[in-house]
Every structure is written in structure tokens, then in C-alpha cells.
Design a protein around this ligand. Structure first.
Ligand SMILES: Cc1cc2nc3c(=O)[nH]c(=O)nc-3n(C[C@H](O)[C@H](O)[C@H](O)COP(=O)(O)O)c2cc1C
Length: 365
């Protein structure tokens, strides 16, 4: 992949700032670009024309291409238009909590440039569902909008379902799909919701609100996905898949960040939180493959693959492992705004070279 000006000039400048400040600045820059005349076309100058071979039908939705923005990059829906202008086929906003909360004290995001990784211990900073609703209200986007639901830190686990349901209640009309996030390592106890019984009840409650909202608006219920951790052994994975299916899930997002430091070149690094980016790639791909195999053809549900994707061959590898579409976060931070356009161009070339009429033909099973 060619080296971009972003990588040689902009990223080195951004690295002089604390990682979270740099992120806020970049997000603000994207947002502002959309406000000046011609800003979106400037943002989208590297984006190829829409290629019908890249469009993917998944979850009953039409994705213009398989490349989406992962949750956490635009937590409060501040730059969604700009992210679509860069070429992404989907954007997942959130994690949104019912009430505003500050998250963990800063610093809470660190770059590990040698590994092209990030470590974050954000703990769901969120402006809250009401603010995000106001920002999204009445907007139409040129792609699929996902909303990632979470719980407030102080809400006890036994009441967690009420929090997820409250965010869904607030944001239902704006979401094309919703994600139940039970896999962030930075909210104490959250990953316990991946246990079979807990997850079945949580998914069932979210689906109850989902059906009720669908009735109120005379529309179809939204697809509901569960986002899982990469740190699950086979037994724990079976619990998650089983619990989610029992509760009536529509699909899975695999995966969130890992708490395992052995994936880093320097495993002794003493920072709290989850690792994302390149070191997560193999593990997240394997988990997609394993989940796909364990679900089997009879229970095959859509999978959104995320973790360590940074180029077109990573997208192809993840789809071959069983992901219907993919998402990116850390690779975009290191690769910059030209990356989505570059990946889409290369995916089109891949379709041409392989004689594919649809990129979905490479998805396993
Ligand atoms: C700084 C940061 C914040 C994140 N916040 C969230 C979040 O709020 N909700 C969520 O589901 N995932 C969150 N994630 C996880 C990403 O969505 C993604 O699953 C993970 O980073 C792996 O993808 P990547 O290797 O492409 O970054 C966050 C990741 C990072 C790096």
C-alpha cells in the first residue's frame, strides 16, 4: 500500500499530542470539513465511484461496501457524515450510555506505534442517549448506521438490561441496526454479561423493546447484534453464542479489544485496558472462523468482523474466515483518511482479478 501524506506528515504531528487529544482534533477536523462548501468532496477525493460488486446484503440491510467504522471512533455521533464521505459503507456510533458519564480519568488511550496498536481504558465516556438522539434526529445518511448500546458504570449488573433498553428506546428510530456491547474490558463486570443465562435475558429484553418500538412506528424490528470479546475459550464462546441465540439475536460482532498483553512485542507494558490494532488481527480472524464453524450452516447468522484490519488483504482474509462485512478503527488511526478509498479501490481490483460479480462470494459457508 503506498505511503500517504497523512502517514509521513500529519500522523507524526498528531503523535506529539496525547492520543485522545489527537483523536478529538481529528474528529473535529472531519466535522468541520463537512461544514465548508466543497468540504465533503475534498474529503472524498480518493474515494472510487460506487462499485456494485462491493455491495453486500446483510442483516436485511444493503451495505454499499463491506468496510465500516467500528464503535468508539465516533462515540457521540459528531462526524458521521464526514466518515461516510470518506467512503465507508457503514458507521457504528457509540457506545452510548443512557445517562451522560465522563468515563475513566485521563490519560486513557495510548499508542504503541511499533505494533501499530492502541491501548485504551476509556470506560464509555458518553454524552448520553438524549444528546446523541438530538444529533441524529431527522438525519438521512448515505450508508448503514449502527448504534452501539452500553450501560452506565454505576448501574449494577442485575439492572444492566434496563440501561441497554433505555438507550434503544431513545435511539431506535435512527438506528439501522443496534449492537449490545458486553465486551468492553473497561467497565467493571461488563464481560460477565457474556455468560449464557445473563446474555439470554439481556438479549430477550432488548428484543422486547425492539418489537414494541417496531409496533409503535409500524416498521420492522431492527437487527440486534452482540459484540463479543476475543478473550473467550471454546466453552465461553459456546456460552455466548448459545445465550445470544436463545435470546433471539440477529448476528455477532467479533471482536472487541483484548486484555491479553502477550500479543504485544513488549508484553510487560504496564497500561490498563484493551489492545486493538495489528496485534489483534490473527486472534480476531481465528475467532470469526471458530464462531462460524460452531454456529454451523443451520444456525448461520451474520458476522461483522473487526480487529486488526488495516488493508484490503485483511478485509479479504476476514471475509474468507466468515465475516459478511468488516469494521476498522485502529488501522484507520494509523492509515488516515485516504485509507478507506484505497481499500475500496483494491477490493474492486480484487473482484476484477478473481472474476467475482460480488465480493460476498468469498464469504465462507
Ligand atoms: C480508543 C478506542 C475506543 C473504543 N471504544 C469502543 C466502544 O465505545 N464500544 C465498542 O464496542 N468498542 C470500542 N472499541 C473497540 C473497537 O470498536 C474495535 O472492536 C477494536 O478496536 C478492534 O478493532 P481495531 O483493531 O480495528 O481497532 C474502542 C477501541 C478503541 C481503540
Amino acid at each position: 500500500m503506498p505511503i500517504s501524506t497523512y502517514q509521513t506528515k500529519v500522523f507524526p504531528l498528531l503523535t506529539r499530542l496525547d492520543a485522545e487529544r489527537a483523536h478529538r482534533l481529528a474528529l473535529h477536523g472531519l466535522h468541520m470539513a463537512g461544514r465548508v462548501p466543497g468540504g465533503f468532496s475534498a474529503l472524498g477525493r480518493d474515494v472510487p465511484d460506487r462499485d456494485p460488486r462491493l455491495s453486500v446484503e446483510c442483516l436485511g440491510l444493503l451495505f454499499a461496501n463491506p468496510l465500516g467504522v467500528a464503535a468508539g471512533l465516533d462515540k457521540d455521533a459528531e462526524a458521521i457524515d464526514a466518515l461516510f464521505a470518506l467512503g465507508f459503507g457503514a458507521v457504528e456510533t457509540g457506545t452510548v450510555t443512557p445517562r451522560p458519564q465522563p468515563g475513566n480519568p485521563r490519560p486513557r488511550v495510548w499508542r504503541i506505534p511499533g505494533d501499530e496498536a492502541l491501548i485504551n481504558a476509556m470506560g464509555f465516556p458518553s454524552e448520553g442517549a438524549e444528546t446523541v438522539r438530538r444529533r441524529l434526529f431527522g438525519r438521512q445518511y448515505p450508508g448503514v448506521l449502527g448504534v452501539n448500546l452500553g450501560k452506565n458504570r454505576e448501574t449494577p449488573l442485575e439492572d444492566a438490561a434496563r440501561d441497554y433498553a433505555a438507550v434503544l428506546d431513545e435511539l431506535w428510530p435512527m438506528a439501522d441496526y443496534v449492537t449490545i456491547n458486553v465486551s468492553s474490558p473497561n467497565t467493571p463486570g461488563l464481560r460477565e454479561l457474556q455468560r449464557r443465562d445473563a446474555l439470554r435475558e439481556l438479549v430477550a429484553e432488548v428484543q422486547r423493546i425492539n418489537r414494541w418500538k417496531a409496533d409503535v412506528f409500524s416498521l420492522s424490528p431492527r437487527p440486534v447484534l452482540v459484540k463479543i470479546a476475543p478473550d473467550l475459550d471454546d466453552t465461553a464462546l459456546d456460552e455466548v453464542l448459545g445465550g445470544a441465540i436463545d435470546g433471539g439475536i440477529s448476528g455477532f460482532i467479533i471482536s472487541n479489544t483484548t486484555t491479553d498483553r502477550s500479543v504485544l512485542t513488549d508484553p510487560a507494558m504496564e497500561l490498563p485496558g484493551g489492545v486493538s490494532g495489528r496485534p489483534l488481527r490473527t486472534r480476531a480472524t481465528e475467532l470469526v472462523r471458530t464462531a462460524d464453524a460452531r454456529l454451523g450452516p443451520a444456525n448461520r447468522l451474520p458476522i461483522i468482523g473487526v480487529g486488526g484490519i488495516s488493508c484490503s488483504s485483511d478485509v479479504i482474509e476476514r471475509m474468507r474466515a466468515g465475516a459478511n462485512v468488516v469494521q476498522i478503527y485502529t488501522g484507520f488511526v494509523y492509515g488516515g483518511p485516504g485509507l478507506p478509498g484505497q481499500i475500496l479501490t483494491e477490493l474492486s481490483e480484487f473482484c476484477e482479478h478473481e472474476g467475482l460479480s460480488s465480493i460476498s462470494e468469498i464469504v465462507s459457508s
